[in-house]
Ligand binder design. Structure first.
Ligand code: NZQ
Ligand code: ZN
Length: 386
C-alpha cells in the first residue's frame, strides 16, 4: 500500500424528504444563485421542493447547464454571478449541473477566463462555497473535487479539480423520473469508476479490493431491478449511494489508478456526442483486452470474485481463455443494460478514431496506470471495439 492523505469534507444528507433541510444548510447572508439543467426538475417536482424549502430566502436562478456542460454556457453564468455579487451556489440536477457549478464557483472571484481555469487549474482559496441537490446517480460529482467541462468551439473535453461541495442532498425519490437510458449510463459510469481504481496491480490493498468488488457486486445485483423499475426506493437508494461511493476517494486509498478508459471516452463524447457512461461501456472491454498482459492477474481476480469465472488450469492458455470470458462477460453486462457496446453500432466511424489518434499524437499523451498508453495503444483499443 502506498502512502496517502485522505480528506473528504462534503456533508452527505441522504434519504426521502431531505430537500426540506436546505434552508438550515445554506448560510443566510450570502447571495445565492441556484443552477439548473434543461428542465427535468420542473417536470418531476424537484424544483418546487427546492423553492418550498427556501421559502422566504432570496435567490436568483440560472437555467440551461447542458449535459456535458460547455464553457460557453458557464461564461454566461459567471458574468451574472459577478454582477450580482453571488456568494453561494446551489446546483440542482445531475453531474453536468454540478460540474458546471464547480466551474462557476471557481471563476466568480477571478479575472480569468473559465477555460483557462479548466486547463491551468483553479485557485482553491478563491472558490466560493457551493452545494448540490443530486438527481442522477452516476458521476460522484456530489462528493468529489472533479469537474469535466466541454468546449463547443474547440470540440474538446477536459477535467479540472476544485473544492468539493459543502454538502449534497441525495433523495432517491428524485431519481424515479430518470429515463431508462440515463439509468443505464449511470450504472455503466459507476461500474467503470470502480474499474479505473481497481483494475490495476494486484495486492496493493486487500481492503480497497474488497470495497471495490463490493460496489461492483452491488451493481450486478441491483441492475436487473433498476433497469426495469426506477421507482423501487431501496434499489434506487442503493444505486445512488453506490455511485457516490465509487468516486469520492473511499476506494482509492493507497492504490494506483488508471483512468485510460475515461480519457478515451471523453474524446468520443467531445467528437461524436455519445453520452459519457455509454462511451465507457464501449471503451472498457477494449482497454481490458489490449492491456491484458499487464493487468492479467487483476482481471482474473475480478473475474473470479465478481463473475465467478476461473481458469480451468494453472496454465497460460487456460488463463488467457478465462480472460477472454471475463472481458466478454463485462461487455455482456453493459449490453444487458440496453447499451450498444461497439463504435459502429453507435454510428462512430473511422474518422473519429483517426481524429482521436491524431490528437493524442500531437498532445504526446501517456496516460493510464504507469502512463503506459499512448496514441498507438489508443488506436489498438478503439480498433478492438469497432
Ligand atoms: O438537464 P435536465 O433537464 O436536468 O435533464 C438531465 C439531462 O438531460 C437528465 N436528468 C437528470 N436528472 C433527472 C433527469 N431526467 C429526469 N429525471 C431526473 N431525476 O439527465 C440528462 C443527463 O444529465 P447529466 O447531468 O448530463 O448526466 P450525468 O450525471 O451522467 O453527468 C454527466 C457529466 O458528468 C461528467 C461527464 O463527463 C459528463 O459531462 N463526469 C463528471 C465526473 C466528476 N465530476 O467527477 C466524473 C465522471 O467520470 C464524468 O466524467
Ligand atoms: Zn465517469
Amino acid at each position: 500500500m502506498y502512502n496517502f492523505v485522505f480528506q473528504n469534507t462534503t456533508k452527505l444528507i441522504f434519504g426521502k424528504g431531505t430537500i426540506s433541510t436546505l434552508a438550515q444548510e445554506i448560510p443566510a447572508g450570502k447571495k445565492l444563485m441556484i443552477t439548473f439543467g434543461g428542465g427535468s426538475v420542473k417536470s418531476n417536482g424537484v424544483y418546487e421542493e427546492v423553492v418550498k424549502a427556501l421559502q422566504g430566502r432570496e435567490f436568483i436562478e440560472f437555467w440551461g447547464i447542458e449535459p456535458n456542460p460547455t464553457v460557453e454556457t458557464i461564461r454566461k453564468a459567471v458574468e451574472i454571478g459577478k454582477k450580482e455579487g453571488i456568494g453561494y451556489l446551489l446546483a440542482v440536477g445531475g453531474g453536468s449541473v454540478i460540474d458546471g457549478t464547480k466551474l462557476i464557483a471557481s471563476s466568480i472571484l477571478l479575472e480569468r477566463d473559465p477555460w483557462d481555469i479548466v486547463r491551468k487549474g483553479a485557485e482553491l482559496d478563491k472558490v466560493i462555497p457551493y452545494a448540490s441537490v443530486l438527481t442522477l446517480p452516476a458521476t460522484g460529482s456530489e462528493m468529489n473535487r472533479g469537474s469535466v467541462i466541454s468546449n463547443r468551439e474547440k470540440r474538446e473535453k477536459f477535467a479540472f479539480y476544485t473544492n468539493s461541495p459543502e454538502f449534497s442532498i441525495l433523495d432517491p425519490v428524485t431519481t424515479f423520473s430518470l429515463p431508462d437510458y440515463q439509468v443505464a449510463c449511470g450504472i455503466a459510469d459507476t461500474f467503470v469508476h470502480v474499474m479505473e481504481q481497481y483494475l490495476t496491480t494486484t495486492s496493493q490493498s486487500p481492503l480497497m479490493d474488497r470495497w471495490a468488488e463490493g460496489i461492483l457486486l452491488t451493481l450486478k445485483e441491483i441492475a436487473p431491478t433498476i433497469t426495469k423499475d426506477h421507482t423501487n426506493y431501496d434499489a434506487m437508494a442503493t444505486f445512488m449511494l453506490s455511485a457516490t461511493m465509487a468516486l469520492n476517494g473511499f476506494i482509492a486509498m493507497g492504490v494506483t489508478q488508471d483512468w485510460a478508459t475515461h480519457q478515451i471516452g471523453h474524446e468520443l463524447t467531445a467528437l461524436a456526442g455519445i453520452t459519457h457512461g455509454h462511451s465507457l461501456a464501449v471503451v472498457l472491454p477494449g482497454t481490458m483486452d489490449i492491456r491484458r498482459n499487464e493487468k492479467g492477474d487483476k482481471i482474473l481476480q475480478y473475474g473470479q470474485r465478481v463473475w465467478g469465472i476461473t481458469a480451468k488450469e494453472d496454465t497460460e492458455e487456460a488463463k488467457s481463455k478465462a480472460i477472454d470470458q471475463i472481458i466478454e462477460k463485462s461487455e455482456e453486462f453493459f449490453r444487458s443494460l440496453g447499451l450498444k457496446t461497439r463504435l459502429s453500432e453507435n454510428s462512430i466511424g473511422e474518422d473519429v478514431v483517426n481524429e482521436i489518434v491524431k490528437r493524442f499524437k500531437e498532445r504526446d499523451v501517456h496516460f493510464g496506470e504507469n502512463r503506459m498508453n499512448d496514441y498507438m495503444v489508443t488506436e489498438k483499443i478503439l480498433n478492438r471495439v469497432k
